[in-house]
Design a protein around this ligand. Structure first.
Ligand code: AOF
Ligand code: ZN
Length: 365
């Protein structure tokens, strides 16, 4: 029986919230594995906490319980159902049993068929008390991209765009549209994705690095996918130096032996596809990306490809950084901003101070 007093919903929910704080640490850095967080509590005190390791292994529960501590009769709070399968690591339910944990609280079920709903039976037959569904609606939001990956076998696509008050995405006299504060928040957002997708046009124009320039988060710079239909990416770009040794992929339909050799020497992968025009072609590209282990993509590009993905209903969430000043004659767009203008921004403001700029997060799908 769950003890009413010591397991009050408020207390359980508080510890699950802490587990989510752990899960957030590696969101976007666990590949095709979900980022899970867990908290171990004994007599009201947290005795261990952990999250899924970078690239997805070891799992959160293993990281928390693989310590020389007396876990007997403690409670574990996990953001996702603990796994029950033998995969690349042994089942987390097994270590929970071995460490004599008394109660297991978790938020939502794992959609992976190998583990889905199996933990309840596996733990209860060992006399461990299990309660699921804690802070479930938050969990469904947090794991939306993971559920999407598993169901559709496609990466989850979000987009980020910076615009002036008068809806320009380019400034003829500066590389930047938004201010430094906005750019820092943009780098923080990048750290929650395992891939940034952009085009050769944007990267050639801006010589952008597309990394996380925040102290401590440098290692969280996502992989890069460059959509480069006609293989126009320049050779002398900052990104090509690849100082962080990130994975960089170029998707193209064109052959160019010289360029291929040049980029390959720098560790950049060239992926040739037959066509890059229709939604079907891009769906194939996304499927290839899924096979490469890419799970969460942030699209950062100019308006053309942005409009294409938006119209095709392929974007899930959109971050808009908007300045409070117009660019007037200094503003240019290479494609129409009408789709952007149509997006209703009321009540979509993110509560962050950006010294005059504003961030909106809009759920598109
Ligand atoms: C957990 N805790 O921290 C994570 C879990 O290939 P494997 O063996 O690593 O298994 C991958 C699956 O494990 C993944 O699809 C998901 O079901 C689960 N992820 N489970 O108990 C964790 N990341
Ligand atoms: Zn596990």
């Amino acid at each position: 029986m769950l003890n009413r007093k010591s397991d009050s919903p408020l207390k359980v929910s508080k510890f699950i919230k802490l587990a989510y704080e752990q899960a957030k640490i590696n969101l976007g850095s666990t590949g095709s594995n979900p980022s899970v967080g867990c908290i171990v509590e004994k007599n009201g005190s947290v005795i261990a906490s952990a999250h899924t390791s970078l690239n997805g292994r070891p799992h959160a529960e293993f990281n928390a319980l693989n310590k020389k501590l007396d876990f007997k009769n403690s409670n574990i709070y996990i953001s996702l159902e603990p796994c029950s399968h033998y995969g690349e690591t042994p089942p987390c339910t097994k270590i929970i049993i071995k460490k004599k944990i008394k109660k297991v609280f978790f938020s939502i079920f794992d959609v992976d068929k190998r583990s889905n709903k199996k933990s309840i039976h596996n733990l209860r037959i060992k006399n461990i008390l299990v309660k699921n569904g804690i802070n479930e609606s938050y969990g469904k939001m947090f794991y939306e991209s993971y559920y999407f990956n598993k169901k559709k076998l496609l990466p989850y696509l979000d987009a980020k765009i910076a615009i002036s008050r008068d809806y320009f995405t380019k400034n003829i006299s500066s590389k930047w549209i938004t201010n430094q504060q906005s750019r820092t928040i943009a780098h923080l957002i990048r750290s929650n994705y395992d891939c940034i997708m952009s085009t050769s046009k944007s990267i050639n124009d801006d010589n952008s690095e597309l990394n996380c320039r925040i102290e401590g988060l440098e290692k969280k710079s996502p992989s890069i996918v460059i959509i480069d239909r006609n293989f126009k990416l320049k050779k002398n770009l900052k990104i090509i130096k690849n100082e962080q040794n990130r994975k960089i992929y170029i998707f193209t339909i064109k052959k160019n032996k010289d360029k291929e050799l040049f980029f390959r020497k720098r560790g950049i992968k060239i992926i040739k596809v037959d066509k890059m025009s229709s939604y079907k072609d891009y769906l194939k590209i996304l499927q290839l990306m899924n096979k490469l282990g890419i799970s969460r993509i942030l699209l950062e590009s100019g308006l053309s490809i942005f409009n294409f993905f938006l119209k095709g209903k392929m974007i899930n969430n959109l971050y808009i950084f908007k300045t409070n000043k117009g660019l007037g004659r200094k503003g240019i767009n290479y494609a129409s901003s009408n789709n952007l203008k149509k997006i209703k921004l009321n009540n979509k403001r993110v509560n962050v101070y950006l010294n005059g700029d504003t961030l909106y997060k809009i759920k598109i799908k």
